[in-house]
Design a protein around this ligand. Structure first.
Ligand code: PDD
Length: 300
C-alpha cells in the first residue's frame, strides 16, 4: 500500500501503519461517539509540511476535552512534539492534514455514564489533502440548504457526527459541495464548515455559541476582513438574508475560504465569486505565507 494510503499513525503511545492500528470495540468512541477531534491543515513548504494555526487548534482541542470532561492527555508542548513526530513520520510532497482524536477510553462493559479509572484513547494520523483547485475557486461551488437537526452542543468538536454526516451525504446526493443548515429560519453553519454572507460590501457571520462549531477560521476570517478593510458583523442571519446575499462563502481547514455561487439551484448574486471573497482569499494566502515562514524559522 502507498504511504499516502497507509500512513504511519500514533495510537496510545505506539507508532505503526494505519492498516494495523486497532482499538477494542468497547472504546467509548466506537460505542458512544464519546470523544473529540481536531483537523489541522498542513501545507507543503520547502522545509516539509507545516501546520497552520496550530496554537488555535490545540486550544480548541483543550476546550472540547474540557467540555466533555476528559483530562487532556498532553500539554501544549506534548501535543506539538507528537504532531511534529507525525509529520516527520509521514514526509511527502503535497499538502496534508493532521487528524487528532481523543476518546474517553476503553470501558470494561457498556454503560452510558463515565466509567471510573479510564485512560483516554489518543489517535493521530496524517492524511494527504487536496485543497480546492484554482479552477473550482474561479467557478465557485454549489450548496444546498437543510434544517439543522443537530443537538445544541455544536460548539464541541465531537466525533458524534451523525447529523453532519447526513447533511454531507445530502449535499453529495444533490451534486453540491456543502449543505448550509438553518435552525428555525436562522443560518447556523455548513455540515463541515462555517458560512459567511456578504451584503452591500459588508461581511456577516452567524453568532458564535452552542449552535455552531467556532472554526479556527472564524477568528481568522475576522482578522482577514479587518486587514482587507471589510466591515464585519457577527449576528443572526435570516434565511431571507441568506437567499438575498450578494456573496456566500464557507470556511474550513480543508477548504480555506471557498465561494458558494449556487444555492439550492439559484445563482448567488451574479453567480460568480465576489470581490469580498477575492479579498479574503488573498488575505488568507498572505496570512498563511507569514505563518509558514515563521514555522520554518522556528521549527527546525
Ligand atoms: N470541520 N463547522 C463544522 C461543523 C465543522 O466540521 C468545521 C470543520 C468547521 C470549520 O472549522 P475549522 O475552520 O476549524 O476547520 C465548522 C473539519 C474540517 C472536519 O470535520 O473535517
Amino acid at each position: 500500500m502507498s504511504a499516502d494510503l497507509d500512513p504511519v499513525v500514533y495510537l496510545n503511545g505506539e507508532w505503526g501503519p494505519l492498516s494495523e492500528a486497532r482499538i477494542p470495540v468497547l472504546d467509548r468512541g466506537f460505542i458512544f461517539g464519546d470523544g473529540v477531534y481536531e483537523v489541522v491543515p498542513l501545507y507543503a513548504t520547502p522545509q516539509g509540511r507545516a501546520p497552520f494555526r496550530l496554537t488555535q487548534h490545540l486550544a480548541r482541542l483543550a476546550r472540547s476535552l474540557g467540555k466533555i470532561r476528559i483530562d487532556n492527555p498532553f500539554d501544549d508542548a506534548g501535543w506539538r512534539t507528537l504532531i511534529a513526530q507525525a509529520i516527520d513520520a509521514n514526509r511527502g510532497e503535497g499538502d496534508a492534514l493532521v487528524y487528532i482524536q481523543v476518546t474517553r477510553g476503553v470501558a470494561k462493559r457498556r454503560g452510558h455514564a463515565f466509567p471510573a479509572g479510564i485512560t483516554p484513547t489518543v489517535f493521530v494520523m496524517v492524511n494527504p489533502l487536496a485543497f480546492p483547485t484554482d479552477a473550482s475557486r474561479a467557478q465557485g461551488a454549489r450548496a444546498v440548504t437543510a434544517e439543522d437537526k443537530r443537538w445544541l452542543h455544536c460548539d464541541i468538536k465531537s466525533v458524534s457526527l451523525l447529523g453532519n454526516v447526513l447533511m454531507a451525504q445530502y449535499a453529495a446526493e444533490n451534486d453540491a459541495l456543502e449543505t448550509i443548515q438553518l435552525r428555525d429560519g436562522l443560518l447556523t453553519e455548513g455540515s463541515s464548515s462555517n458560512v459567511w454572507i456578504v451584503k452591500g460590501g459588508k461581511l456577516f457571520g452567524a453568532p458564535r455559541g452552542p449552535r455552531i462549531l467556532e472554526g479556527i477560521r472564524y477568528a481568522l476570517v475576522e482578522e482577514l476582513a479587518a486587514e482587507a478593510g471589510i466591515d464585519f458583523e457577527e449576528r443572526e442571519i435570516t434565511e431571507a438574508e441568506l437567499r438575498d446575499a450578494d456573496e456566500i462563502m464557507i470556511s474550513s481547514a480543508t477548504k480555506e475560504v471557498m465561494p458558494i455561487t449556487v444555492l439550492d439551484g439559484e445563482p448567488v448574486g451574479d453567480g460568480r465569486p465576489g470581490a469580498v471573497y477575492a479579498a479574503l482569499y488573498d488575505a488568507y494566502q498572505r496570512a498563511k505565507a507569514r505563518e509558514l515562514a515563521d514555522w520554518a524559522l522556528h521549527a527546525k
